[in-house]
Design a protein around this ligand. Structure first.
Ligand SMILES: NC(=O)C1=CN([C@@H]2O[C@H](COP(=O)(O)OP(=O)(O)OC[C@H]3O[C@@H](n4cnc5c(N)ncnc54)[C@H](OP(=O)(O)O)[C@@H]3O)[C@@H](O)[C@H]2O)C=CC1
Length: 403
Protein backbone atom coordinates (compact mmCIF):
# COMPACT_ATOMS: atom_id res chain seq x y z
CA UNK A 1 0.00 0.00 0.00
CA UNK A 2 1.45 3.40 -0.94
CA UNK A 3 2.07 5.94 1.77
CA UNK A 4 -0.80 8.19 0.65
CA UNK A 5 -3.29 5.35 0.46
CA UNK A 6 -2.14 4.14 3.88
CA UNK A 7 -2.67 7.59 5.40
CA UNK A 8 -6.14 7.89 3.79
CA UNK A 9 -7.00 4.41 5.06
CA UNK A 10 -5.87 5.41 8.54
CA UNK A 11 -7.88 8.63 8.45
CA UNK A 12 -10.96 6.73 7.36
CA UNK A 13 -10.41 4.17 10.12
CA UNK A 14 -10.07 6.96 12.63
CA UNK A 15 -13.26 8.63 11.39
CA UNK A 16 -15.22 5.36 11.45
CA UNK A 17 -14.00 4.42 14.88
CA UNK A 18 -14.79 7.86 16.23
CA UNK A 19 -18.37 7.50 14.96
CA UNK A 20 -18.65 4.09 16.58
CA UNK A 21 -17.30 5.50 19.85
CA UNK A 22 -19.67 8.46 19.71
CA UNK A 23 -22.59 6.13 19.01
CA UNK A 24 -21.55 3.90 21.95
CA UNK A 25 -21.14 6.87 24.21
CA UNK A 26 -24.48 8.44 23.30
CA UNK A 27 -26.47 6.56 25.94
CA UNK A 28 -23.68 7.01 28.38
CA UNK A 29 -23.54 10.75 28.37
CA UNK A 30 -26.91 10.94 30.08
CA UNK A 31 -25.85 8.34 32.61
CA UNK A 32 -22.54 10.02 33.28
CA UNK A 33 -23.96 13.49 33.60
CA UNK A 34 -26.58 12.11 35.97
CA UNK A 35 -23.75 10.72 38.07
CA UNK A 36 -22.00 14.05 38.03
CA UNK A 37 -25.19 16.08 38.65
CA UNK A 38 -26.45 13.94 41.49
CA UNK A 39 -23.09 13.70 43.07
CA UNK A 40 -22.39 17.42 43.00
CA UNK A 41 -19.75 19.19 41.00
CA UNK A 42 -17.02 18.04 43.36
CA UNK A 43 -17.41 14.53 41.89
CA UNK A 44 -15.88 15.60 38.56
CA UNK A 45 -12.50 15.65 40.27
CA UNK A 46 -10.94 13.42 42.88
CA UNK A 47 -7.80 13.05 45.01
CA UNK A 48 -5.04 10.87 43.53
CA UNK A 49 -1.31 10.35 43.38
CA UNK A 50 -0.18 10.97 39.80
CA UNK A 51 3.03 11.23 37.81
CA UNK A 52 3.48 13.80 35.03
CA UNK A 53 6.80 12.37 33.81
CA UNK A 54 8.87 9.24 34.35
CA UNK A 55 11.57 9.24 37.00
CA UNK A 56 12.37 8.41 40.63
CA UNK A 57 10.14 8.97 43.66
CA UNK A 58 10.31 12.76 43.16
CA UNK A 59 7.85 12.51 40.25
CA UNK A 60 5.02 11.31 42.51
CA UNK A 61 2.59 14.19 43.02
CA UNK A 62 -0.55 14.34 45.16
CA UNK A 63 -3.47 16.23 43.66
CA UNK A 64 -7.06 16.89 44.64
CA UNK A 65 -7.88 17.64 41.00
CA UNK A 66 -7.40 14.34 39.15
CA UNK A 67 -10.12 13.65 36.59
CA UNK A 68 -13.00 11.56 37.88
CA UNK A 69 -13.04 8.27 35.90
CA UNK A 70 -15.68 8.01 33.19
CA UNK A 71 -17.59 4.94 32.09
CA UNK A 72 -16.78 4.68 28.37
CA UNK A 73 -18.22 1.25 27.64
CA UNK A 74 -21.41 -0.40 28.93
CA UNK A 75 -19.50 -3.28 30.58
CA UNK A 76 -17.55 -0.97 32.88
CA UNK A 77 -17.98 -0.12 36.55
CA UNK A 78 -16.72 2.72 38.72
CA UNK A 79 -15.18 1.53 41.99
CA UNK A 80 -14.55 3.59 45.10
CA UNK A 81 -11.11 2.50 46.26
CA UNK A 82 -10.69 1.51 49.91
CA UNK A 83 -7.24 -0.05 49.58
CA UNK A 84 -4.56 -0.31 46.88
CA UNK A 85 -1.67 -2.74 46.58
CA UNK A 86 1.78 -1.84 45.25
CA UNK A 87 3.98 -4.17 43.19
CA UNK A 88 7.52 -4.00 41.79
CA UNK A 89 5.81 -3.19 38.47
CA UNK A 90 4.63 0.16 39.88
CA UNK A 91 8.20 1.14 40.64
CA UNK A 92 9.27 0.09 37.12
CA UNK A 93 6.33 1.93 35.50
CA UNK A 94 7.16 5.07 37.48
CA UNK A 95 10.50 4.95 35.63
CA UNK A 96 8.87 4.48 32.20
CA UNK A 97 9.08 0.69 31.92
CA UNK A 98 6.58 -0.67 29.40
CA UNK A 99 5.45 2.76 28.21
CA UNK A 100 5.52 1.84 24.49
CA UNK A 101 3.38 -1.27 24.94
CA UNK A 102 1.01 0.47 27.35
CA UNK A 103 0.44 3.29 24.86
CA UNK A 104 -0.33 0.73 22.17
CA UNK A 105 -2.76 -1.16 24.43
CA UNK A 106 -4.51 2.06 25.50
CA UNK A 107 -5.11 3.19 21.93
CA UNK A 108 -3.98 0.55 19.38
CA UNK A 109 -4.64 2.49 16.16
CA UNK A 110 -4.24 5.92 17.71
CA UNK A 111 -7.99 6.26 17.13
CA UNK A 112 -8.74 8.23 20.24
CA UNK A 113 -5.55 10.22 19.74
CA UNK A 114 -5.05 10.12 23.47
CA UNK A 115 -1.57 11.58 23.10
CA UNK A 116 0.18 11.77 26.42
CA UNK A 117 -0.44 9.13 29.07
CA UNK A 118 0.09 11.75 31.78
CA UNK A 119 -1.10 12.42 34.39
CA UNK A 120 -0.68 8.70 35.06
CA UNK A 121 -2.06 6.98 38.16
CA UNK A 122 -0.14 3.93 39.40
CA UNK A 123 -1.34 1.08 41.68
CA UNK A 124 -2.28 -2.36 40.28
CA UNK A 125 -4.43 -3.82 43.09
CA UNK A 126 -7.77 -2.53 44.25
CA UNK A 127 -10.31 -3.47 46.86
CA UNK A 128 -13.38 -1.31 47.17
CA UNK A 129 -17.07 -0.87 46.46
CA UNK A 130 -18.96 -0.38 43.19
CA UNK A 131 -20.45 3.10 42.82
CA UNK A 132 -21.89 2.86 39.31
CA UNK A 133 -22.49 0.03 36.83
CA UNK A 134 -22.63 0.22 33.03
CA UNK A 135 -25.85 -0.82 31.31
CA UNK A 136 -24.50 -4.24 30.24
CA UNK A 137 -23.18 -5.17 33.69
CA UNK A 138 -25.35 -8.02 34.99
CA UNK A 139 -23.24 -9.92 37.53
CA UNK A 140 -22.46 -6.90 39.76
CA UNK A 141 -24.57 -4.18 41.37
CA UNK A 142 -23.91 -0.84 43.00
CA UNK A 143 -22.58 -1.23 46.56
CA UNK A 144 -21.06 -4.69 45.82
CA UNK A 145 -17.67 -5.08 47.49
CA UNK A 146 -15.14 -6.09 44.86
CA UNK A 147 -11.42 -6.69 44.30
CA UNK A 148 -9.38 -6.65 41.11
CA UNK A 149 -5.97 -6.53 39.51
CA UNK A 150 -5.76 -3.50 37.22
CA UNK A 151 -4.13 -3.96 33.79
CA UNK A 152 -1.04 -1.74 33.44
CA UNK A 153 -2.56 0.14 30.48
CA UNK A 154 -5.40 1.45 32.69
CA UNK A 155 -5.34 4.19 35.31
CA UNK A 156 -4.45 2.67 38.69
CA UNK A 157 -5.83 2.52 42.21
CA UNK A 158 -3.80 5.23 43.99
CA UNK A 159 -6.90 7.39 43.67
CA UNK A 160 -10.33 7.75 45.19
CA UNK A 161 -12.04 6.03 42.23
CA UNK A 162 -11.05 3.73 39.38
CA UNK A 163 -12.94 2.42 36.34
CA UNK A 164 -12.62 -1.22 35.28
CA UNK A 165 -14.40 -3.75 33.04
CA UNK A 166 -16.78 -6.16 34.76
CA UNK A 167 -14.74 -9.15 33.52
CA UNK A 168 -11.68 -7.84 35.40
CA UNK A 169 -13.37 -7.67 38.82
CA UNK A 170 -14.68 -10.19 41.32
CA UNK A 171 -16.62 -10.12 44.57
CA UNK A 172 -14.20 -9.57 47.45
CA UNK A 173 -13.86 -12.58 49.79
CA UNK A 174 -16.06 -11.93 52.81
CA UNK A 175 -13.57 -13.28 55.34
CA UNK A 176 -10.91 -10.60 54.80
CA UNK A 177 -10.75 -6.81 55.09
CA UNK A 178 -10.21 -4.44 52.14
CA UNK A 179 -6.61 -3.84 53.17
CA UNK A 180 -5.97 -7.58 53.21
CA UNK A 181 -7.82 -8.03 49.91
CA UNK A 182 -5.65 -5.42 48.20
CA UNK A 183 -2.60 -7.62 48.87
CA UNK A 184 -3.79 -10.45 46.63
CA UNK A 185 -5.21 -9.76 43.12
CA UNK A 186 -2.14 -8.77 41.04
CA UNK A 187 0.23 -11.44 42.40
CA UNK A 188 -2.59 -14.01 42.46
CA UNK A 189 -3.67 -13.49 38.85
CA UNK A 190 0.00 -13.48 37.80
CA UNK A 191 0.66 -16.76 39.62
CA UNK A 192 -2.62 -18.19 38.26
CA UNK A 193 -1.72 -17.20 34.71
CA UNK A 194 1.80 -18.63 35.03
CA UNK A 195 0.93 -21.86 36.85
CA UNK A 196 -2.53 -22.65 35.48
CA UNK A 197 -2.73 -21.11 32.00
CA UNK A 198 0.94 -21.51 31.06
CA UNK A 199 2.08 -24.29 33.40
CA UNK A 200 -1.04 -26.44 32.94
CA UNK A 201 -1.53 -27.02 36.69
CA UNK A 202 -4.95 -27.27 38.34
CA UNK A 203 -6.43 -28.45 41.61
CA UNK A 204 -7.11 -31.82 39.93
CA UNK A 205 -3.60 -32.62 38.68
CA UNK A 206 -1.27 -31.20 41.34
CA UNK A 207 -1.28 -34.00 43.91
CA UNK A 208 2.30 -35.00 44.64
CA UNK A 209 3.74 -32.97 41.76
CA UNK A 210 7.12 -31.51 42.68
CA UNK A 211 7.18 -27.75 42.17
CA UNK A 212 10.15 -25.42 42.67
CA UNK A 213 9.56 -21.70 43.26
CA UNK A 214 12.66 -19.57 42.76
CA UNK A 215 12.13 -16.44 44.86
CA UNK A 216 9.40 -17.59 47.25
CA UNK A 217 9.33 -14.81 49.86
CA UNK A 218 7.90 -11.96 47.74
CA UNK A 219 4.38 -11.21 46.57
CA UNK A 220 4.06 -13.83 43.81
CA UNK A 221 5.93 -16.50 45.78
CA UNK A 222 3.92 -16.18 48.99
CA UNK A 223 0.70 -16.56 47.02
CA UNK A 224 1.97 -19.40 44.80
CA UNK A 225 3.19 -21.48 47.78
CA UNK A 226 -0.26 -21.34 49.39
CA UNK A 227 -2.20 -22.12 46.21
CA UNK A 228 0.01 -25.07 45.29
CA UNK A 229 -0.11 -26.48 48.82
CA UNK A 230 -3.92 -26.19 48.80
CA UNK A 231 -3.85 -28.26 45.59
CA UNK A 232 -1.67 -30.98 47.12
CA UNK A 233 1.68 -30.26 45.44
CA UNK A 234 5.09 -30.75 47.07
CA UNK A 235 6.63 -27.26 47.13
CA UNK A 236 10.33 -26.40 47.31
CA UNK A 237 11.25 -22.73 47.66
CA UNK A 238 14.42 -20.68 47.38
CA UNK A 239 14.73 -17.59 49.55
CA UNK A 240 17.28 -15.96 51.82
CA UNK A 241 17.99 -17.39 55.27
CA UNK A 242 15.86 -14.93 57.24
CA UNK A 243 12.73 -15.82 55.22
CA UNK A 244 12.98 -19.56 55.85
CA UNK A 245 10.53 -19.79 58.76
CA UNK A 246 8.21 -17.33 57.03
CA UNK A 247 7.80 -19.46 53.86
CA UNK A 248 7.57 -22.67 55.92
CA UNK A 249 4.71 -21.02 57.82
CA UNK A 250 2.93 -20.60 54.47
CA UNK A 251 3.29 -24.32 53.77
CA UNK A 252 6.60 -24.73 51.87
CA UNK A 253 7.81 -28.33 52.26
CA UNK A 254 11.47 -27.70 51.61
CA UNK A 255 13.44 -24.46 51.69
CA UNK A 256 16.81 -23.75 50.10
CA UNK A 257 18.74 -20.67 51.23
CA UNK A 258 20.14 -19.16 48.05
CA UNK A 259 22.67 -17.13 50.02
CA UNK A 260 24.26 -20.25 51.58
CA UNK A 261 26.26 -21.24 48.49
CA UNK A 262 25.80 -21.87 44.76
CA UNK A 263 22.03 -22.43 44.72
CA UNK A 264 22.12 -24.52 41.52
CA UNK A 265 24.38 -27.06 43.27
CA UNK A 266 22.12 -27.21 46.35
CA UNK A 267 19.07 -27.72 44.13
CA UNK A 268 20.60 -30.27 41.78
CA UNK A 269 21.19 -32.56 44.78
CA UNK A 270 17.39 -32.83 45.13
CA UNK A 271 14.91 -35.06 43.26
CA UNK A 272 13.95 -33.45 39.95
CA UNK A 273 10.87 -31.24 39.50
CA UNK A 274 7.68 -31.25 37.41
CA UNK A 275 7.55 -27.45 37.20
CA UNK A 276 9.87 -24.56 38.04
CA UNK A 277 8.39 -21.08 38.57
CA UNK A 278 11.14 -18.49 38.16
CA UNK A 279 10.50 -15.12 39.88
CA UNK A 280 14.17 -14.13 39.72
CA UNK A 281 15.40 -14.22 36.11
CA UNK A 282 18.95 -13.19 35.24
CA UNK A 283 21.20 -16.18 34.66
CA UNK A 284 18.75 -18.51 36.44
CA UNK A 285 17.57 -20.06 33.20
CA UNK A 286 21.13 -21.18 32.43
CA UNK A 287 20.76 -23.93 35.06
CA UNK A 288 17.09 -24.11 36.20
CA UNK A 289 15.87 -26.18 33.23
CA UNK A 290 18.35 -28.90 34.19
CA UNK A 291 16.35 -29.39 37.42
CA UNK A 292 13.28 -30.64 35.51
CA UNK A 293 12.33 -34.28 34.87
CA UNK A 294 13.07 -34.67 31.15
CA UNK A 295 10.59 -36.24 28.68
CA UNK A 296 7.70 -36.06 31.18
CA UNK A 297 6.07 -32.80 30.04
CA UNK A 298 7.89 -30.86 32.80
CA UNK A 299 7.86 -27.07 32.40
CA UNK A 300 10.02 -24.09 33.30
CA UNK A 301 7.91 -20.88 33.51
CA UNK A 302 9.70 -17.58 34.01
CA UNK A 303 7.97 -14.34 34.97
CA UNK A 304 11.04 -12.30 34.15
CA UNK A 305 10.92 -11.73 30.39
CA UNK A 306 12.44 -9.14 28.06
CA UNK A 307 9.08 -8.48 26.34
CA UNK A 308 8.35 -4.94 27.58
CA UNK A 309 12.02 -3.94 27.59
CA UNK A 310 12.26 -4.97 23.93
CA UNK A 311 9.26 -2.87 22.89
CA UNK A 312 10.52 0.10 24.96
CA UNK A 313 13.89 -0.04 23.22
CA UNK A 314 12.97 -1.15 19.69
CA UNK A 315 9.40 0.10 19.30
CA UNK A 316 6.30 -2.08 19.33
CA UNK A 317 6.69 -3.84 15.94
CA UNK A 318 10.44 -4.56 16.09
CA UNK A 319 10.25 -5.29 19.81
CA UNK A 320 7.54 -7.91 19.22
CA UNK A 321 9.54 -9.48 16.39
CA UNK A 322 12.64 -9.63 18.57
CA UNK A 323 10.59 -11.12 21.41
CA UNK A 324 9.03 -13.78 19.17
CA UNK A 325 12.43 -14.75 17.77
CA UNK A 326 13.97 -14.99 21.26
CA UNK A 327 11.22 -17.10 22.76
CA UNK A 328 10.96 -19.41 19.73
CA UNK A 329 14.72 -20.09 19.82
CA UNK A 330 14.62 -20.89 23.53
CA UNK A 331 11.53 -23.10 23.28
CA UNK A 332 13.14 -25.21 20.51
CA UNK A 333 16.54 -25.34 22.24
CA UNK A 334 14.98 -26.85 25.37
CA UNK A 335 12.35 -28.99 23.63
CA UNK A 336 15.07 -31.12 22.07
CA UNK A 337 16.32 -31.76 25.62
CA UNK A 338 12.85 -32.95 26.65
CA UNK A 339 11.67 -29.97 28.74
CA UNK A 340 9.31 -27.08 28.04
CA UNK A 341 10.46 -23.46 28.25
CA UNK A 342 7.68 -20.85 28.74
CA UNK A 343 7.19 -17.16 29.57
CA UNK A 344 4.49 -16.28 32.10
CA UNK A 345 2.58 -13.00 32.17
CA UNK A 346 0.12 -11.24 34.39
CA UNK A 347 -3.41 -11.60 32.98
CA UNK A 348 -6.35 -9.68 34.50
CA UNK A 349 -9.18 -12.11 35.24
CA UNK A 350 -12.35 -11.76 37.30
CA UNK A 351 -13.15 -15.50 36.92
CA UNK A 352 -9.69 -16.48 38.27
CA UNK A 353 -10.26 -14.13 41.23
CA UNK A 354 -13.65 -15.82 41.85
CA UNK A 355 -11.80 -19.14 42.31
CA UNK A 356 -9.07 -17.53 44.41
CA UNK A 357 -11.71 -15.80 46.57
CA UNK A 358 -13.28 -19.19 47.36
CA UNK A 359 -9.88 -20.48 48.50
CA UNK A 360 -9.44 -17.39 50.71
CA UNK A 361 -12.86 -17.84 52.31
CA UNK A 362 -12.12 -21.55 52.82
CA UNK A 363 -9.00 -20.58 54.82
CA UNK A 364 -6.61 -22.12 52.25
CA UNK A 365 -4.99 -18.81 51.34
CA UNK A 366 -4.26 -15.86 53.58
CA UNK A 367 -3.30 -12.34 52.63
CA UNK A 368 0.36 -11.65 53.43
CA UNK A 369 0.53 -7.91 54.17
CA UNK A 370 4.09 -6.97 55.04
CA UNK A 371 3.52 -3.26 55.60
CA UNK A 372 0.62 -0.80 55.41
CA UNK A 373 0.75 2.90 54.56
CA UNK A 374 -1.82 5.70 54.62
CA UNK A 375 -2.86 7.59 51.46
CA UNK A 376 -0.56 10.46 52.44
CA UNK A 377 2.41 8.05 52.64
CA UNK A 378 2.43 6.80 49.04
CA UNK A 379 6.06 7.93 48.41
CA UNK A 380 7.16 5.98 51.51
CA UNK A 381 5.26 2.95 50.22
CA UNK A 382 7.15 3.20 46.91
CA UNK A 383 10.43 3.43 48.83
CA UNK A 384 9.55 0.24 50.68
CA UNK A 385 8.80 -1.70 47.47
CA UNK A 386 11.89 -0.29 45.76
CA UNK A 387 14.18 -1.60 48.51
CA UNK A 388 13.23 -5.19 47.54
CA UNK A 389 13.64 -8.12 49.99
CA UNK A 390 9.85 -8.31 50.20
CA UNK A 391 8.20 -10.62 52.70
CA UNK A 392 4.69 -10.34 51.28
CA UNK A 393 2.87 -7.23 50.07
CA UNK A 394 2.85 -3.47 50.57
CA UNK A 395 -0.65 -1.99 50.86
CA UNK A 396 -1.94 1.61 50.89
CA UNK A 397 -5.16 2.42 52.73
CA UNK A 398 -6.92 4.93 50.48
CA UNK A 399 -10.13 5.50 52.38
CA UNK A 400 -11.28 4.68 55.90
CA UNK A 401 -14.73 3.66 54.62
CA UNK A 402 -13.77 0.02 54.08
CA UNK A 403 -13.48 -2.67 56.72
N1 LIG B 1 5.73 -11.20 33.64
C1 LIG B 1 4.78 -10.62 34.36
O1 LIG B 1 3.69 -10.30 33.87
C2 LIG B 1 5.06 -10.36 35.81
C3 LIG B 1 6.33 -10.46 36.30
N2 LIG B 1 6.59 -10.27 37.61
C4 LIG B 1 7.97 -10.41 38.07
O2 LIG B 1 8.03 -11.51 38.96
C5 LIG B 1 9.02 -11.27 39.92
C6 LIG B 1 8.47 -11.52 41.32
O3 LIG B 1 7.49 -10.53 41.61
P1 LIG B 1 7.09 -10.25 43.13
O4 LIG B 1 6.96 -11.52 43.87
O5 LIG B 1 5.94 -9.33 43.13
O6 LIG B 1 8.42 -9.49 43.63
P2 LIG B 1 8.86 -9.16 45.12
O7 LIG B 1 9.79 -8.01 45.07
O8 LIG B 1 7.64 -9.08 45.98
O9 LIG B 1 9.65 -10.47 45.58
C7 LIG B 1 10.89 -10.87 45.06
C8 LIG B 1 11.51 -11.79 46.12
O10 LIG B 1 12.62 -12.49 45.60
C9 LIG B 1 13.63 -12.59 46.65
N3 LIG B 1 14.90 -12.80 45.96
C10 LIG B 1 15.70 -11.89 45.38
N4 LIG B 1 16.75 -12.48 44.78
C11 LIG B 1 16.59 -13.82 44.97
C12 LIG B 1 17.30 -14.96 44.55
N5 LIG B 1 18.43 -14.88 43.82
N6 LIG B 1 16.82 -16.19 44.88
C13 LIG B 1 15.69 -16.32 45.60
N7 LIG B 1 14.95 -15.26 46.04
C14 LIG B 1 15.40 -14.02 45.73
C15 LIG B 1 13.50 -11.28 47.40
O11 LIG B 1 13.89 -11.39 48.76
P3 LIG B 1 15.44 -11.37 49.21
O12 LIG B 1 16.14 -10.40 48.30
O13 LIG B 1 15.46 -10.91 50.63
O14 LIG B 1 15.90 -12.76 49.04
C16 LIG B 1 11.98 -11.03 47.34
O15 LIG B 1 11.33 -11.59 48.44
C17 LIG B 1 9.53 -9.84 39.71
O16 LIG B 1 10.72 -9.91 38.98
C18 LIG B 1 8.44 -9.21 38.88
O17 LIG B 1 8.92 -8.19 38.07
C19 LIG B 1 5.59 -10.00 38.51
C20 LIG B 1 4.31 -9.88 38.08
C21 LIG B 1 3.94 -9.99 36.69
Amino acid sequence: MSCVRYLMHRRLLRHLSKSVCEHRLHGWQRNQSRLIRTSSKAMTIMPAWVIDQYGNNDVLRFTNNASFPIINYPNEVIIKVFAAGLNPLDVSMRGGYGSATMAMKRDPLNIKQTGSEFPLILGRDVSGVIMECGLDVKYFRERDEVWAAIPPWKQGSLAEFVVLSANEISHKPKSISHTQAAAIPYVATTAWSALVNTGGLSKDNCANKRILILGGSGGVGTFAIQMLKAWGAHVTVTCSHNAEQFVKGLGADHVVDYTAGPVEELLSALEKFDLVLDNIGGDTEQWALGLLKPWTGAKYVTLVTPFLRNTDQLGVADGMLQTAATVATKVIKHLVKGVHYRWGFFAPSGPALDEIGKMVDAGQIRAVVEEMFSFSQVPQAFNKVEKGHARGKTVVEISKGGS
